[in-house]
Design a protein around this ligand. Structure first.
Ligand code: FE2
Ligand code: FE2
Length: 402
C-alpha cells in the first residue's frame, strides 16, 4: 500500500516535470532541462545529452555535480563532438537498438556485448564513472529517435555511488518518451526560424546561419553570467534564455527589405544609402508589431533597437513629435530594452571576430581593446563586465558554429 502511494507521488512528480518542460520552447533550454530532470529522477551525479543530427549523435549538454558543482559546464557545453550510431559505443548502441542500456560498473562490462566504455574521458577529467543508464529519446507517436540521454553514477541516500534501480529505469523511460516529443517539436520550430534566416542569407551573404547562431549563443551566455552575478532566480534565468536564444536569431530580419545595391555594395555606403540601411530596424520590427506573446515582444525590441548605443548615439530611437514634424530620437542607457543591449554587444563582437568583405577577422587583443574602450559608450558597462568573464565560453561558441 505504501509503495503504491509512493508510486503515485512519483508519477505526479513526473507529470509536473513534463508540464514544466512543455512551457519551454527553445531546443537548448529544453535539452538542458530534460537532462536535469532525468538526473534528479534517478539521483545521477552526472549526465550528458545527444541529439540526432545528420545520422550521428551530436553532443549537446553535459552536467556533472562532482566536477562543476552547481555551476554550468561553461565552455564544455559547446564541445564539438559527434558519435556514430553504431554498436561500438554505449550511446551509439542505445540509439541503434532504441533500447535502454544499464551498466552497473563500466570497468567490468561483460565481454558478450559489442560496445566498450571510453575511459579516456574519465582520465581527462579526473572522474570515475561506475554506473551508467543510457536512455534513447524516442517520441511516443512515431517511434522516431530524437537523441540519447546518458546518466552517470546513481547515488544512494548517503551520496554513495550505486547502480540504477529497476524503478528508476521505468520512471526515466516514461519521462524521456514525453520529453522526446517536446524536443522534437522545439527542433521543428528551430529549423523553421533557421529557414527564415537562410532565406535572408540568399539576399545578404553577411547574415549567415552560423552568424545568427553565434550571436544567439553569445547573447545567452552574456545574459546568464550577468544574471548569476545578480543572483536572479534560476527559473527566471531559464525563462529569459528560452526567449532570448530564439529572439536573437532574428535580429537582422529587416535586412530582407534593403535593396541589393546597398546590401551588397563592396565599398563604403554614401550618407543617403546609410540612412536607408538604418531602416532595417524599423521594417524588421514591423514583422513583430502584432505582439501576441513574450517572444514577439522581445524579438520586436531586439530587431528595432539592436543598433542603439548606451551613450544615445545609435539608431533608430523613438519617433517624437517636434512642432509639425516627427523626428527620431535615439534611446540611451537603460531606456534601451535590455535584450537589445545584450544583442548589440554580441552582434558587434561577432562582426569584429569574423571575416567581412571589407575586413579580415580581428585578433583577440584588438577586439578586447575595442570593446573595453566602448564600455559605457557603445555598450552597457555591466554587460561588458560579464563579457570579459566568459571569454573562454565565447571562444568555444566561435569554434562550434564556424
Ligand atoms: Fe542590424
Ligand atoms: Fe547581425
Amino acid at each position: 500500500m505504501k509503495n503504491r502511494h509512493q508510486e503515485g507521488e512519483v508519477l505526479s512528480l513526473i507529470l509536473n516535470k513534463i508540464s514544466a518542460l512543455n512551457q519551454l520552447q527553445d531546443v537548448n533550454t529544453i535539452l538542458n532541462a530534460t537532462l536535469s530532470e532525468a538526473r534528479s529522477l534517478t539521483r545521477a551525479d552526472a549526465g550528458s545529452i545527444f541529439l540526432v543530427q545528420d545520422g550521428q549523435l551530436e553532443f549537446r549538454h553535459v552536467q556533472n555535480d562532482t566536477l562543476f558543482g552547481k555551476k554550468d559546464a561553461g565552455a564544455a557545453l559547446y564541445r564539438n563532438v559527434s558519435i556514430p550510431i553504431s554498436e561500438d559505443s554505449i550511446v551509439g548502441f542505445s540509439a541503434l537498438t532504441k533500447e535502454i542500456v544499464a551498466i552497473d560498473d563500466v570497468y567490468n562490462i561483460s565481454s558478450d556485448v559489442p560496445y566498450k566504455f571510453n575511459e579516456s574521458l574519465d582520465r581527462r577529467n579526473n572522474y570515475h564513472t561506475t554506473s551508467i543508464l543510457t536512455v534513447p529519446l524516442v517520441s511516443l507517436d512515431n517511434r522516431c529517435l530524437v537523441g540519447v540521454v546518458q546518466l552517470i553514477n546513481a547515488q544512494d541516500e548517503q551520496g554513495r555511488v550505486t547502480r540504477f534501480s529497476e524503478q528508476s529505469k521505468i520512471w526515466v523511460r516514461v519521462f524521456s518518451n514525453n520529453a522526446a516529443a517536446i524536443i522534437e517539436r522545439s527542433m521543428l520550430n528551430h529549423e523553421l526560424i533557421l529557414r527564415m534566416v537562410k532565406m535572408a542569407e540568399l539576399h545578404d551573404p553577411g547574415e549567415t546561419g552560423a552568424h545568427v547562431q553565434r550571436v544567439s549563443a553569445y547573447s545567452v551566455e552574456i545574459y546568464r553570467c550577468w544574471a548569476k552575478k545578480r543572483k536572479i532566480p534560476q527559473d527566471e534565468i531559464i525563462k529569459y534564455c528560452d526567449l532570448l536564444s530564439r529572439a536573437a536569431l532574428l535580429h537582422d530580419a529587416g535586412k530582407v527589405g534593403i535593396p541589393d545595391a546597398i546590401l551588397k555594395k563592396p565599398g563604403p555606403l554614401t550618407a543617403e544609402e546609410f540612412e536607408e540601411m538604418k531602416l532595417h530596424t524599423v521594417s524588421g520590427a514591423a514583422l513583430f508589431v502584432n505582439i501576441s506573446s513574450e517572444l514577439d515582444q522581445m524579438t520586436h525590441d531586439i530587431v528595432l533597437h539592436h543598433h542603439e548605443r548606451w551613450n544615445g548615439r545609435g539608431y533608430p530611437g523613438r519617433l517624437v513629435q517636434e512642432g509639425e514634424q516627427w523626428v527620431r530620437k535615439p534611446l540611451a542607457g537603460k531606456d534601451i530594452p535590455f535584450a537589445a543591449r545584450i544583442v548589440a554587444l554580441a552582434d558587434v563582437f561577432d562582426a569584429l571576430s569574423s571575416q567581412r568583405s571589407y575586413k579580415p577577422p580581428w585578433d583577440d587583443e584588438k577586439i578586447y581593446n575595442e570593446i573595453r574602450k566602448d564600455s559605457g559608450e557603445y555598450f552597457d558597462p555591466e554587460l561588458v563586465e560579464a563579457f570579459f568573464e566568459i571569454t573562454d565560453i565565447l571562444h568555444a561558441i566561435q569554434k562550434k558554429f564556424r
